[in-house]
Write a protein that binds this ligand. Sequence first.
Ligand SMILES: [Cu+2]
Ligand SMILES: [Zn+2]
Length: 176
Amino acid sequence: MMMRALNLIVTASLLAISITLSAADTAVATKAFAKVNPTEGQKVTGYVTFEALDKGVHIVADFKGLTPGLHGFHVHEKGDCSSHDGSSAGGHYNPSGKKHGGPDDLDRHAGDFGNVEADANGNAHYERTDLIIKLDGADSIIGKSIVIHADPDDLKSQPSGNSGARIGCGPIEAAK
Ligand SMILES: [Cu+2]
Ligand SMILES: [Zn+2]
Protein backbone atom coordinates (compact mmCIF):
# COMPACT_ATOMS: atom_id res chain seq x y z
CA MET A 1 0.00 0.00 0.00
CA MET A 2 2.82 2.36 0.96
CA MET A 3 4.67 1.38 -2.19
CA ARG A 4 1.64 2.02 -4.35
CA ALA A 5 1.11 5.48 -2.85
CA LEU A 6 4.77 6.26 -3.42
CA ASN A 7 4.47 5.13 -7.04
CA LEU A 8 1.51 7.41 -7.53
CA ILE A 9 3.42 10.33 -6.11
CA VAL A 10 6.42 9.61 -8.33
CA THR A 11 4.21 9.24 -11.41
CA ALA A 12 2.38 12.45 -10.56
CA SER A 13 5.59 14.41 -10.11
CA LEU A 14 7.06 13.05 -13.35
CA LEU A 15 3.88 14.10 -15.11
CA ALA A 16 4.15 17.58 -13.57
CA ILE A 17 7.76 17.86 -14.71
CA SER A 18 6.94 16.81 -18.26
CA ILE A 19 4.02 19.28 -18.43
CA THR A 20 6.35 22.05 -17.23
CA LEU A 21 8.94 21.05 -19.84
CA SER A 22 6.46 21.06 -22.70
CA ALA A 23 5.15 24.47 -21.57
CA ALA A 24 8.72 25.71 -21.77
CA ASP A 25 9.00 24.19 -25.26
CA THR A 26 6.02 26.12 -26.59
CA ALA A 27 7.51 29.31 -25.13
CA VAL A 28 10.64 28.92 -27.27
CA ALA A 29 11.23 32.12 -29.21
CA THR A 30 10.15 32.50 -32.80
CA LYS A 31 12.83 33.96 -35.03
CA ALA A 32 13.00 35.78 -38.32
CA PHE A 33 15.62 37.50 -40.46
CA ALA A 34 16.03 39.81 -43.42
CA LYS A 35 19.00 40.01 -45.74
CA VAL A 36 19.12 43.57 -47.06
CA ASN A 37 20.43 44.23 -50.56
CA PRO A 38 21.13 47.55 -52.25
CA THR A 39 18.60 49.06 -54.64
CA GLU A 40 19.90 50.15 -58.06
CA GLY A 41 23.06 52.26 -57.85
CA GLN A 42 23.40 51.87 -54.05
CA LYS A 43 25.94 49.97 -51.95
CA VAL A 44 24.32 49.23 -48.62
CA THR A 45 24.09 45.63 -47.49
CA GLY A 46 22.89 44.35 -44.17
CA TYR A 47 21.37 41.68 -42.04
CA VAL A 48 18.53 41.98 -39.54
CA THR A 49 17.47 39.35 -37.02
CA PHE A 50 14.28 39.19 -34.96
CA GLU A 51 13.69 37.07 -31.90
CA ALA A 52 10.38 36.93 -30.02
CA LEU A 53 10.88 37.25 -26.26
CA ASP A 54 8.30 36.79 -23.49
CA LYS A 55 7.70 40.49 -23.88
CA GLY A 56 8.48 42.11 -27.21
CA VAL A 57 10.67 41.23 -30.17
CA HIS A 58 14.41 41.78 -30.00
CA ILE A 59 15.86 43.32 -33.17
CA VAL A 60 19.55 43.24 -34.07
CA ALA A 61 20.67 44.86 -37.32
CA ASP A 62 24.04 45.46 -38.94
CA PHE A 63 24.64 47.42 -42.13
CA LYS A 64 27.67 48.44 -44.14
CA GLY A 65 28.15 50.63 -47.19
CA LEU A 66 26.16 53.56 -45.77
CA THR A 67 27.02 57.26 -45.78
CA PRO A 68 27.89 58.37 -42.23
CA GLY A 69 24.94 59.52 -40.12
CA LEU A 70 21.28 58.61 -39.68
CA HIS A 71 19.23 56.53 -42.08
CA GLY A 72 15.51 55.78 -41.78
CA PHE A 73 14.88 52.11 -40.98
CA HIS A 74 11.42 50.57 -41.36
CA VAL A 75 9.29 47.55 -42.02
CA HIS A 76 7.37 48.13 -45.24
CA GLU A 77 4.09 46.43 -46.03
CA LYS A 78 5.04 44.17 -48.94
CA GLY A 79 7.76 41.55 -49.06
CA ASP A 80 8.66 42.57 -52.60
CA CYS A 81 12.06 44.16 -53.20
CA SER A 82 12.09 43.47 -56.94
CA SER A 83 11.78 47.06 -58.20
CA HIS A 84 14.95 49.07 -58.96
CA ASP A 85 14.08 51.75 -56.39
CA GLY A 86 12.46 49.64 -53.66
CA SER A 87 9.01 51.10 -54.37
CA SER A 88 7.59 47.58 -54.74
CA ALA A 89 7.89 47.21 -50.93
CA GLY A 90 4.93 49.60 -50.55
CA GLY A 91 4.41 51.98 -47.63
CA HIS A 92 5.27 51.58 -43.95
CA TYR A 93 3.75 48.48 -42.40
CA ASN A 94 0.75 49.82 -40.50
CA PRO A 95 -1.76 47.10 -39.59
CA SER A 96 -3.36 49.23 -36.84
CA GLY A 97 -4.02 52.35 -38.91
CA LYS A 98 -1.73 54.64 -36.88
CA LYS A 99 0.29 57.74 -37.80
CA HIS A 100 3.99 57.73 -38.59
CA GLY A 101 6.13 58.11 -35.49
CA GLY A 102 9.31 57.11 -33.74
CA PRO A 103 10.13 53.67 -32.34
CA ASP A 104 9.31 54.71 -28.77
CA ASP A 105 5.93 56.24 -29.62
CA LEU A 106 2.76 54.28 -28.94
CA ASP A 107 1.07 56.03 -31.86
CA ARG A 108 3.27 54.79 -34.68
CA HIS A 109 3.26 52.47 -37.62
CA ALA A 110 4.32 49.01 -36.50
CA GLY A 111 7.13 49.37 -39.04
CA ASP A 112 8.59 52.54 -37.54
CA PHE A 113 12.01 51.49 -36.27
CA GLY A 114 13.45 55.02 -36.37
CA ASN A 115 17.03 55.29 -37.63
CA VAL A 116 20.27 53.41 -37.78
CA GLU A 117 23.39 55.54 -37.33
CA ALA A 118 26.38 54.81 -39.53
CA ASP A 119 29.89 55.62 -38.32
CA ALA A 120 32.63 57.26 -40.39
CA ASN A 121 33.28 53.92 -42.11
CA GLY A 122 29.65 53.51 -43.13
CA ASN A 123 28.90 50.74 -40.63
CA ALA A 124 25.77 50.80 -38.49
CA HIS A 125 24.66 48.59 -35.61
CA TYR A 126 21.12 48.76 -34.26
CA GLU A 127 19.68 46.81 -31.39
CA ARG A 128 16.46 47.22 -29.43
CA THR A 129 13.44 45.33 -28.14
CA ASP A 130 10.23 46.38 -29.86
CA LEU A 131 6.92 46.08 -27.99
CA ILE A 132 4.63 46.50 -31.02
CA ILE A 133 5.80 44.21 -33.82
CA LYS A 134 4.85 40.52 -33.85
CA LEU A 135 6.38 37.45 -35.47
CA ASP A 136 3.12 35.48 -35.47
CA GLY A 137 -0.59 35.99 -35.97
CA ALA A 138 -2.42 38.32 -38.34
CA ASP A 139 -0.04 41.25 -37.74
CA SER A 140 3.18 39.31 -38.22
CA ILE A 141 6.04 41.14 -39.96
CA ILE A 142 7.11 37.89 -41.65
CA GLY A 143 6.44 38.28 -45.37
CA LYS A 144 6.89 42.08 -45.19
CA SER A 145 10.22 43.78 -45.91
CA ILE A 146 12.96 45.84 -44.31
CA VAL A 147 13.78 49.11 -46.06
CA ILE A 148 16.68 51.43 -45.29
CA HIS A 149 16.73 55.01 -46.57
CA ALA A 150 19.19 57.62 -47.84
CA ASP A 151 18.18 60.24 -45.27
CA PRO A 152 17.23 60.44 -41.58
CA ASP A 153 13.68 59.68 -40.48
CA ASP A 154 12.54 62.81 -38.61
CA LEU A 155 10.08 60.59 -36.66
CA LYS A 156 7.18 62.95 -37.25
CA SER A 157 6.56 63.94 -40.90
CA GLN A 158 3.57 62.13 -42.43
CA PRO A 159 3.28 59.63 -43.90
CA SER A 160 6.83 58.32 -43.67
CA GLY A 161 9.28 60.60 -41.85
CA ASN A 162 10.75 62.26 -44.95
CA SER A 163 13.65 59.84 -45.10
CA GLY A 164 14.21 60.01 -48.85
CA ALA A 165 15.20 57.33 -51.34
CA ARG A 166 15.05 53.64 -50.56
CA ILE A 167 18.67 52.50 -50.74
CA GLY A 168 18.32 48.96 -49.39
CA CYS A 169 15.55 46.38 -49.19
CA GLY A 170 15.17 42.84 -47.90
CA PRO A 171 12.17 40.52 -47.41
CA ILE A 172 11.56 39.30 -43.84
CA GLU A 173 11.61 35.52 -43.62
CA ALA A 174 10.90 33.07 -40.83
CA ALA A 175 14.00 31.46 -39.31
CA LYS A 176 14.49 28.36 -37.17
CU1 LIG B 1 11.03 53.08 -45.02
ZN1 LIG C 1 6.02 55.07 -40.56
